[in-house]
Write a protein that binds this ligand. Sequence first.
Ligand code: SF4
Length: 160
Amino acid sequence: MNMAQLATHDPFITTRFDAALAWARKNSLFPLPFGTACCAIEFMGVVSSQFDISRFGAEIVRFSPRQSDLMIVSGTVVYKMVPILRRIYAQMAAPKWVISMGVCASSGGFYDDYCTLQGIDQVVPVDVYVPGCPPSPDLLLDGLLKLQKKIDEQRLLQKA
Ligand code: SF4
């Protein structure tokens, strides 16, 4: 676009503050991987160049809960880990979201035994469940898109 064309275009974009905030939030998620088992290997695929999670603005993985707003629980969670999972979630600043990746995190999977938590939603709120054992990287990306839509809808719900 040359200067003459620029001059004929309005250089201002108008929007509402909450719309801009939701747009910024959903496109700048900072994931914290809570990886405990094989699903975490698929998560590594998602953040690598082949699947490239940075296309969705979520490439800056943080291992400090204070710098994260998206916990991705990938793998089996045993009861011994529950206090740690709860504490890490509590240390994340609001607003914050949780993706449960794979059947083990979502329901215990085939580990229906005395030591395995039968779903992380018993101890932390889950926003999106990603099915599979393991979920493929594109399924996790699909879960991320669903979360982005939810973040947008949260804004709409707050407005109502
Ligand atoms: S869902 Fe499957 S791949 Fe994922 S942690 Fe459980 S057993 Fe491993």
